[in-house]
Design a protein around this ligand. Structure first.
Ligand code: ATP
Ligand code: MG
Ligand code: FE
Length: 358
């Protein structure tokens, strides 16, 4: 089957068409992503109202261009998927209403997709990854480790008790004057830095469990930057690079420690086999962190998998693919009475909101 997927939960207007081709290299038929980064740059973060307006202004033309890229019409598609949550509700409504309208007009089912499940399943679009797998989900709004046993089947082994990983990168970047989004800028600056110059904390390191905490790290980054500015009047480029390198190393140390605990937990349930260790979400684009995770996989007998860089941050392919997986699992699926929900944890049994007025 062919599935069209629409993503509008945050600041990317995106859509894609995927197929169930046996060859992973042929599954992504077409995809388009329109980033709103410039529209939000002046505000140092995503402004929900601006995001929703941008989706409204651009989604129809983006879809027309996508269909042209693919050489397909809506009648050729077997189902239409959209992110129904979690995310900014104004944006979600734009994508969901558009997808439902196309589905209704073409007489095809609408499929509700959890954005986080889209991130989680992307490695199954681009490669062969079987269940169960251990998932490290690191994105702008989330930082979790999950035991994934199937479509819609997630057991949370750890989560952040304050900031998400991407949020920590973004706040650090803002503090250091590196703009938004912060991840790529911090990673680039860190390449020139000495990671051991500043003594930054590793929150929860060595503690039982697999939870994360990043807010203390953010405070320490602020203090380090203030000390540098007090000395020189401005934040020197080298100081900034050293702070970024130290910050990234601290995040990596926490990640490695928490992941080791999660792997032990995962193995208690699934045994000693060679299982996939999957990283997903925008922060999974970070090369230094990928390297740290690859090392943990090797040390613990797991096999490391990450989506290609371009499919780590938000995109339509991940939504189309999660929709396709749900469609194959449940061919008579139709979620047209599902409404957007801003909060929708992966491991909750709660279904998306159904019906009007709820
Ligand atoms: P969520 O998926 O939790 O709803 P989101 O969709 O806004 O949040 P993503 O698009 O998955 O988040 O990821 C964006 C985040 O990834 C941003 O916080 C960004 O700074 C971070 N990020 C992107 N590239 C990198 C990188 N190279 N290193 C670190 N962080 C990165
Ligand atoms: Mg984004
Ligand atoms: Fe995301």
């Amino acid at each position: 089957p062919l599935v069209l997927g629409i993503e509008t939960s945050c600041d990317e207007t995106a859509a894609a068409i995927v197929s169930a081709d046996a060859d992973p290299a042929k599954r992504l038929v077409a995809h388009r992503v329109l980033s709103q980064i410039e529209d939000h740059a002046d505000y140092g973060g995503v402004v929900p109202e601006i995001a929703a307006r941008h989706h409204i202004s651009h989604l129809d033309r983006l879809l027309a261009a996508l269909m042209e890229d693919a050489g397909l019409s809506f009648d050729d598609i077997d189902a239409v998927a959209a992110t129904t949550g979690p995310g900014l509700v104004g944006g979600l409504m734009v994508g969901v209403m558009t997808a439902k309208a196309i589905a209704m007009a073409a007489g095809k089912p609408f499929i509700s997709v959890n954005h986080l499940e889209g991130h989680a399943l992307t490695v199954r679009l681009t490669g062969e990854v079987e269940f169960p797998f251990l998932l490290v989900l690191m994105s702008g709004g989330h930082c979790q480790i999950l035991d994934v046993t199937g479509i819609g089947q997630y057991r949370r082994l750890g989560t952040t008790i304050d900031d998400a990983a991407g949020e920590a990168f973004d706040k650090t970047a803002k503090l250091l004057g590196l703009g938004y989004p912060g991840g790529p800028a911090v990673e680039a600056a860190a390449l020139e830095g000495d990671a051991d110059r500043f003594d930054l904390p590793r929150p929860l390191l060595g503690k039982p469990g697999a939870d994360f905490s990043f807010s203390g790290l953010k405070t320490a980054v602020r203090r380090a930057a203030e000390a540098c500015v007090a000395k020189h009047g401005i934040l020197l480029k080298q100081d900034r690079a050293d702070i970024c390198a130290g910050f990234q190393k601290a995040i990596g140390d926490c990640l490695v420690d928490r992941l080791r605990h999660a792997i032990a937990d995962f193995r208690e349930v699934h045994g000693d086999g060679t299982f996939p260790l999957v990283v997903a979400g925008g922060v999974a684009a970070n090369k230094a962190l990928r390297t740290r995770l690859t090392a943990v996989a090797e040390e613990t007998g797991m096999v490391f998998h990450a989506p290609p860089m371009a499919l780590c941050t938000d995109n339509g392919a991940m939504i189309a693919w999660a929709g396709l997986e749900r469609f194959i699992a449940e061919p008579d699926i139709d979620d047209r009475d599902v409404s957007p929900r801003p909060r929708w944890p992966l491991d909750s049994d709660a279904e998306p909101l159904v019906g009007a007025g709820r």
